[in-house]
Each structure stands twice: as C-alpha cells, then as structure tokens.
Design a protein around this ligand. Structure first.
Ligand code: TXA
Ligand code: MG
Length: 325
C-alpha cells in the first residue's frame, strides 16, 4: 500500500519534468482524451514491470503502447496491413487502439508475451507532448488499480494509486471519459475486441462490416474485457423496469437523462439531462466515483440506449454489475 502522495504537476508546464521521469524508468500518470493513463517507457522492461506492480495488474493483461504521432508507427513496427493503415489514417489521433505485430524492441512483458501489440495515438495535446518529449513509446493502461473504476480526473488517480506513481500530470477532466475502442484489423474481417469511445458505427462507415467480439464469454481476447471489471467499491446492479426506491438501506441511482420520479434514493447522478450519449460517457466514471463516495450500500444503474458510444457505456455497466454477482 502507498503512504504518500505523488508529485502533482500541471499538464502544460509539467511536461519536461514528467518526460525526464519517464526516461529514467519512472511512472507518470497523464491525461488522454479517454481516461488517465499510467505511463512507463515501453522500451524498458523494468519500467513496464512497475506498471503491473502499481496497479496490482495480472501479468497476463497486456498494455497499450502510446505514440506521439501516427507517423511514428512505421518506424516502430514497419509496414501494417491496408485496413490497419486505413484506420490509422482516418482515426488517429483518437480513441482507437489497433493491434499490430510486436516489434523486437518492445519487451514481451509489455504485451504479456503475445506476439501482437496494442498501439494508439491519443487525441490530447498534453499526452502527445509528453510522449514526444520522452522520445519513446509510452506503455499505459488506465491509471487505476486492476478491476476498479477508471480515472477521468487527476484526483481519481491520486486517490487510487497514491505514491505508487511518481508524477501525475493534471489536465482536468478527460473529454471522452471512456476507454478507447480496440480493433484487430489484421485479418479478413476486422474484429472489435473492446467497445469504447469510438462508436462501432464510425468504424463500419470507414471500413465496412466489423465483427464485435467484445463482451463474449469464455476466454477473453482482450483481458480487459473480462466479464467482471470497471467496478465501483459499492455493489452495482442494472435497473429493472419501474425500479422501486427505498426498501431498506441507502441506495444510489445512476440515471441516464431523468431523475427517477419516485423519491427515496439516498443519492442520484444524472449522466446527461439532454440525453446526449457523448456527454453521458464523459460523466460515467466520475458519477460512479461520486456515488461510491456517498457511502450508499448499493448502486442501481439505468442502461442507456444501445447505440453509438451508448454501447460502450452499457458494456462498462454490465461488467461492473458482473463483479457483484
Ligand atoms: O483509452 C485507453 O485505451 C486507455 C488510455 C490510457 O489510452 N488505456 C486503457 O488501457 O484502457 P487498459 O490497460 O486499461 O486496457 C487495455 C486493453 C486491455 O483490455 C488489454 O487486454 C488489451 O487492451 N490489449 C492490450 N494488448 C493487446 C493485444 N496485443 N491483443 C489484444 N488485446 C490487447
Ligand atoms: Mg483499464
């Protein structure tokens, strides 16, 4: 367990210092457009090992490597299949992670021994400036302890990881609020391995039909798609129709656009009064962090429309609920 606090630096003026910590093998949490990442030099096996220790992350769960610019991809991995190149062209920088062959310079610990690697260019100036200043690819999972809620604010990182991380770059709340979409586009038909901030509809529009394998049961392809994940500390379940408030205990309600008509909830969070799914995604983890902090005994979460980024929101809610079966 950590005892102290990490160094908290502003995302603009703290870049140079944070980059030197990365180059020295340290851990830097930094904002991306999706969630905060816990970064280490992806070329340094020992630095990558510290990520697994800080997160208490199982060694079988591979990391995503982050680049400053799409132009850095060929230098790292060489030529990529045409569909992968098309997605890079269309969606980077952005919340899309792609699977490519692991180059020899990336130590196997980063990919948990897989001969493939996950890579993306985040659409967040501070993240790209940090990676560019470090001059190396940056391996970064979400900056939370394994299985817990993802961090969308620097405060979430500090509360969750403490001084297990050396530096936290504070860039305020993240824009998307939900992790990147992961796609393996190396084969005949591209496969979505994790639903995320880039909607499936946008992928289909760009490259035609895709297979969505995220959320299927059995052996997970992307271990972050384990059935139970992204969980608050408080037991969470999905709301049924005509959810009854009260019934003993202090319960919290996570609503999509309207506060529940019947009162009696100890705490209510509304994701988007306008019914905007993008806004709802941006608030999802923050709202769950807040409900957790109220000390309610159960969180009841209302699913959102199963369209666009709403599919990723429902995916995270289902996994959080599965943790509490
Ligand atoms: O938005 C994001 O993707 C954030 C920010 C920081 O970039 N990162 C993130 O990382 O969500 P993490 O570690 O929480 O999730 C990474 C996911 C895991 O589900 C992991 O199993 C999968 O990526 N993954 C990594 N390498 C893989 C590979 N070679 N093949 C399949 N899945 C892979
Ligand atoms: Mg994660």
């Amino acid at each position: 367990m950590s005892t102290g606090s990490p160094r908290l630096l502003p995302a603009d003026s703290g870049i140079a210092e944070a980059a030197s910590v990365l180059r020295a093998g340290g851990l830097v949490a930094f904002p991306t457009e999706t969630v905060y990442g816990l970064g280490a030099n992806a070329l340094d096996a020992q630095a990558a090992a510290r990520i697994f220790a800080a997160k208490a992350r199982p060694s079988f769960d591979p990391l995503i490597s982050h680049l400053a610019d799409a132009a850095d991809l060929p230098a790292l991995v060489g030529a990529v299949p045409p569909a992968v190149a098309a997605l890079v062209e269309r969606f980077w920088p952005g919340p899309l992670t792609l699977i490519v062959d692991r180059p020899a310079v990336i130590p196997p610990i980063v990919t948990s021994g897989l001969d493939t690697m996950a890579v993306r260019v985040p659409d967040e100036p501070a993240a790209r400036a940090l990676i560019a200043a470090a001059g190396v690819p940056v391996a970064a999972p979400s900056a939370n302890r394994f299985g817990q809620l993802s961090p969308t604010r620097a405060e979430h990182v500090v509360a969750g990881l403490g001084d297990a991380v050396d530096v936290v770059l504070d860039g305020g709340p993240t824009r998307c609020g939900i992790e990147s979409t992961i796609v393996d586009a190396r084969g005949e038909r591209p496969v979505v391995l994790r639903l995320g901030a880039l909607p499936v509809e946008s992928l289909v529009e760009a490259i035609g039909p895709v297979e969505v394998r995220a959320g299927s049961s059995g052996q997970p392809v992307a271990p972050g798609t384990l059935a139970a994940h992204y969980a608050p500390r408080t037991p969470l379940r999905l709301a049924g129709t005509a959810e009854e408030p009260g019934g003993g205990g202090r319960r919290g309600f996570l609503a999509f656009r309207e506060r529940p008509v019947a009162g009696g909830w100890a705490a209510v969070e509304v994701l988007s009064p306008d019914g905007d799914l993008t806004a709802a995604a941006a608030r999802l983890f923050d709202a769950l962090h807040r409900l957790d902090a109220t000390g309610v005994t159960e969180i009841v979460a209302e699913p959102v429309p199963e369209v666009g980024v709403g599919r990723a929101i429902n995916d995270r809610l289902r996994r959080a609920a599965a943790t509490w079966h």
